[in-house]
Design a protein around this ligand. Sequence first.
Ligand SMILES: NC(=O)c1ccc[n+]([C@@H]2O[C@H](COP(=O)([O-])OP(=O)(O)OC[C@H]3O[C@@H](n4cnc5c(N)ncnc54)[C@H](OP(=O)(O)O)[C@@H]3O)[C@@H](O)[C@H]2O)c1
Length: 238
Amino acid sequence: MKPAKFQIALVTGSNKGIGEAIATGLAAEGYTVLITSRSLAKAVAVAQRLTQDGGKAYGFELDVTNEEAVDHFAQQILNQFGQVDILVNNAGIALDQWVQGQNLDLDYMRETFAVNVFAPLHLIQKFLPQMKKQAFGRIVNVSSELGSLETMEMAGTVAYRSSKTALNAVTKLLALEIEDGEDIQINAACPGWVKTALGGPEAPRSPKEGADTALWLATQPKNGPNGKLFRDRSLYPW
Ligand SMILES: NC(=O)c1ccc[n+]([C@@H]2O[C@H](COP(=O)([O-])OP(=O)(O)OC[C@H]3O[C@@H](n4cnc5c(N)ncnc54)[C@H](OP(=O)(O)O)[C@@H]3O)[C@@H](O)[C@H]2O)c1
């Protein structure tokens, strides 16, 4: 059950794939969902669909790597809605699928870290202070088991996988900045292998199935987990 006054959820990269499924799930649970996409038209289209289905949603243009745009967007959102209670850092890219590190284009590495690591941290920096003021917040970073050091046995996909390892570290370290009495949780969710533009057509899971653990974490009651990685609603090793 969500506390009545905490009702604003923001999902990055929610124009398609797992992000759209997370946004759909949050709208169905009664949250006002802020849909963000690099394309305003796509964000608005998803928001309209959710509204037609009886939810409350608004679409915004946001390239999460544009630091000036993120600063401006965060100010605009806090002015307009007063708060963000749930932040789901979902936007992600995988440019180097199964490329060996020895052949990796460093620009892939930079671009991947910009979207998968720098942007989630930047968005947390923008919204955590207000969450701390209201002593409530849920932050979910959409990560991947491919970034888990413990289960890293095959070579390749160095940019994507190390970016998720870094995102996991950001999750754990930022969670340590939450103080006693603040009902704030920062966790990472692995969606499994999901049929999306990123996951490809062979993946066994639907976006809705992939969204489940992130949704579960986003809507945890007080005293839920903080600073952990989950897959299928179960703890997953870092
Ligand atoms: N699919 C899987 O099997 C799988 C497995 C593990 C983890 N994940 C993670 O799940 C998350 C969602 O992935 P997905 O599978 O749903 O992929 P997807 O369908 O390709 O969606 C990725 C989303 O991120 C957005 N995005 C990319 N770069 C962006 C930027 N600079 N600014 C704003 N938005 C940006 C995309 O926007 P555009 O439409 O504009 O490109 C899109 O909305 C990612 O973090 C991914 O790493 C996926």
